[in-house]
Design a protein around this ligand. Structure first.
Ligand SMILES: Cc1cc2nc3c(=O)[nH]c(=O)nc-3n(C[C@H](O)[C@H](O)[C@H](O)COP(=O)(O)OP(=O)(O)OC[C@H]3O[C@@H](n4cnc5c(N)ncnc54)[C@H](O)[C@@H]3O)c2cc1C
Length: 295
C-alpha cells in the first residue's frame, strides 16, 4: 500500500486534489455490514485516493479500527489511514499496536492525542504520552509509516493561550515528523485561509494542510458536533439551520449545496485536497463529489 505523503506529492504535480474519506467503526454488526457492504462500495465508485478510520476513546470499537482498515485495503484496494490516539495507552502498548497496524500492510497513521472517554480534561496515561507530538516522534523512531496530524483552523478548543499558540504546537508536530495535516471541520473558509497563511506562510510549515469538510445531514446533529469540537457555526448558517429545524431531508439537501460551494472555493484557492467526514454514509459525499466533477 502507498504512503499518503506520496499521494499528495503525485497529485500536486498533476494539479489534482487528493480526495480522502473518513469513517468511524460502527457499534453494531448491522452498522458494520452497512459500512463495508453498502456505503464504502458506493463511495469507492467515486475513486477516492484513500480512506481513514477513527480510533475510539475506549471499548470494543477500538479493536474494529484495524479490522476496517484491513478490509478497506484488501477488499477495496484503497490505501488506509489508521487513526491512533494516546488515550489509555502506554508506550509499550502503542509499540504493540504499531506492529499490528504494520501487519495489515497499512503504512499510514493519523497520530492524535485523543479525547478523554468521558469528556472533561485529558489525562496522560502513566508511561504514555501527554501530547500528540510525542506520539509522532515515537512512531517516526519506529519507522515504516507516513504520519498525519490534526490541525485546527479556529484553534484547538482546549488551548487556553489561543489559536496562535495552538498553531505553534502544530508546527512542533510537523517538526516531530508529521508528513501532512488534516483539519478539524469548519464552515467559514476564511478561517482555513487565515490558518494556512499563518502556518505555511509565517511559521514555514511545508507539509499539505488538508481541509476537513462535512456535508451537514441534520441541524440538530451538527449543532451538537460543533459544541463538542469547538468549530463555530457562522450566524448566516445558524439562521438557515434554525429555519430547517428537524426536517433532515431539507438539512441534507442544504448540506450538499453548502459543502459544494465551500469545496469549490477551497479548491480554487489551491487546497491540496479535501478530507470528507462521511458520517459513515455515502449519499451526501457522493453528491458533493459529483457536483465538483471529482467523482
Ligand atoms: C482530522 C481529525 C481526526 C480525528 N480523529 C480522532 C480519532 O480518531 N479519535 C479521537 O479520539 N479523536 C480524534 N480527533 C480529535 C482529537 O483527538 C482531539 O481534538 C484532541 O483533543 C486533540 O488532538 P491533537 O492530536 O490535536 O492533540 P495535541 O496535538 O496533543 O494538542 C492537544 C492540546 O494541547 C496543546 N498542546 C500541544 N502541545 C503542547 C505543548 N508542548 N505544551 C502545551 N500545550 C500543548 C494544543 O494546543 C491543544 O490544545 C480527530 C481530530 C481531527 C481534526
Amino acid at each position: 500500500m502507498q504512503f499518503i505523503g506520496d499521494i499528495y506529492a503525485a497529485k500536486r504535480l498533476s494539479g489534482r486534489p487528493v480526495i480522502s474519506l473518513e469513517f468511524f467503526p460502527p457499534k453494531t454488526a448491522e452498522g458494520d455490514k452497512a459500512l463495508l457492504e453498502k456505503n464504502i462500495p458506493a463511495l469507492r465508485e467515486t475513486q477516492p485516493d484513500y480512506c481513514s478510520v477513527t480510533y475510539g476513546a475506549g471499548g470494543s470499537t477500538r479493536e474494529k479500527t484495524l479490522t476496517i482498515v484491513d478490509r478497506i485495503q484488501s477488499e477495496h484496494q484503497l490505501p488506509a489511514l489508521a487513526h491512533l490516539t494516546c488515550v489509555n495507552h502506554t508506550r509499550e502498548q502503542v509499540g504493540e499496536l504499531l506492529q499490528k497496524i504494520q501487519a495489515t500492510g497499512c503504512k499510514n497513521i493519523l497520530a492524535l492525542r485523543g479525547d478523554p472517554p468521558a469528556g472533561g480534561e485529558f489525562q496522560a496515561t502513566p508511561g504514555g504520552f501527554e501530547f500528540s507530538a510525542q506520539l509522532v516522534k515515537f512512531i517516526r523512531e519506529q519507522g515504516g509509516f507516513n504520519i498525519g496530524v490534526a490541525g485546527f483552523p479556529e484553534g484547538h478548543i482546549a488551548c487556553k493561550e489561543g489559536k496562535l499558540a495552538d498553531w505553534q504546537h502544530l508546527k512542533e508536530k510537523v517538526e516531530a515528523g508529521a508528513d501532512f495535516v488534516i483539519t478539524q471541520l469548519f464552515f467559514d473558509n476564511a478561517d482555513y485561509f487565515t490558518f494556512r497563511d499563518h502556518v505555511a506562510g509565517k511559521l514555514g510549515v511545508k507539509v499539505p494542510l488538508v481541509p476537513g469538510v462535512i456535508a451537514i445531514v441534520s441541524a440538530t446533529q451538527i449543532k451538537k458536533f460543533t459544541q463538542l469540537c469547538g468549530s463555530k457555526i457562522p450566524p448566516a448558517l445558524a439562521a438557515r439551520l434554525d429555519e430547517i429545524g428537524t426536517d433532515d431531508a431539507a438539512a441534507a439537501e442544504f448540506g450538499i449545496e453548502y459543502a459544494t460551494q465551500q469545496c469549490q472555493e477551497l479548491l480554487r484557492a489551491g487546497a491540496p485536497g479535501l478530507h470528507f467526514y462521511t458520517l459513515n454514509k455515502a449519499a451526501s459525499t457522493v453528491r458533493v463529489l459529483k457536483n465538483l466533477g471529482l467523482a
